[in-house]
Design a binder for this molecule. Structure first.
Ligand code: S3P
Length: 188
């Protein structure tokens, strides 16, 4: 997909963080505004496997899924720079972090438990939350993963009242302010 005149991404903007943090919603809006492509790594895995994430977990298990995730992420990151949203566990693998650091700017969308829970509770699409106490599982995942997410290049604080548009505006401002090398203005 072409980029907007006068703006060029020098590397991918890669959104990491918990399921329900808004990576896909904010990521696709951000890509639209920047005039670059948007790829959701979960959707790319599903397309490549012609199966849903739940079906992959059920049939082949989590390790198989994680290996596919690394393959797909590598393929995406070797492509032209755009906005990429990753599955919540992707950033946990050191191999994936190394790939993302090489080709992208990692932005952690940090979001509180209650907000995440309100967003994920209705959806049966997350295999890791198919437990007797899904909210407790979510809380444990946040606790164990947050120190690793915190290794991202930038931390974007999700705000409960934010619309997708407002969050995207804040994210673009944050990136342009703290990493002006990522979105380069080009001569028209
Ligand atoms: C997962 C998050 C999901 C998906 C899979 C595993 C995780 O993606 O990759 O269910 O380990 O947190 P989202 O973060 O897009 O829901």
């Amino acid at each position: 997909m072409g980029q907007k005149a006068g703006l060029r991404l020098t590397r991918h903007i890669v959104l990491v963080g918990m399921m329900g943090a808004g990576k896909t919603a904010v990521g696709s809006e951000t890509a639209r505004r920047l005039g670059v492509s948007f790829i959701d790594s979960d959707a790319a895995i599903e397309a490549a496997a012609a199966m849903t994430i739940s079906e992959i977990f059920a049939r082949d298990g989590e390790t198989f899924f994680r290996d596919r995730e690394t393959q797909v992420l590598s393929r995406i990151l070797h492509g032209p720079p755009g906005v990429v949203s990753t599955g919540g566990g992707a950033w946990m693998r050191p191999e994936n972090r190394a790939l993302i650091r090489e080709y992208g700017l990692a932005v952690w969308i940090d979001c509180d438990l209650e907000t995440l829970w309100q967003r994920v509770r209705q959806r049966p699409t997350r295999p890791l939350l198919q437990t007797p106490d899904p909210k407790g599982t979510l809380a444990t995942l946040i606790q164990t993963r947050s120190p690793v997410y915190a290794k991202a290049d930038l931390v974007f604080q999700s705000r409960a009242g934010d619309t997708v548009e407002a969050a995207s505006t804040r994210m673009i401002d944050m990136i342009q302010t703290s990493r002006p090398d990522i979105c380069e203005r080009t001569a028209r």
